[in-house]
Design a protein around this ligand. Sequence first.
Ligand code: FES
Length: 84
Amino acid sequence: MAELTDGTNTAKVEDGAEVKEGCKELGVVFGCEDGLCGTCLVEVMEGMDNLSERTQAEKDMGVEDNNRLMCQCKIKGGRVKILY
Ligand code: FES
């Protein structure tokens, strides 16, 4: 079981699963859920290597560095800390 945290609250996510539901538990706001609107953009503070590769939608939007779209990410395992 993987963990998604904002430093205060933590959501459990199955290894290999999308992080979307866990993010919603933490209060991340979503819009299109399809990599088009940028609403779910967060900064990954720790554990970037535990997330899936950047998707084409993220690349098309120019999402770089520690930023990721939470509607596009799966978690491989371990712990990921986000700031939103
Ligand atoms: S919810 Fe629109 S880009 Fe993620």
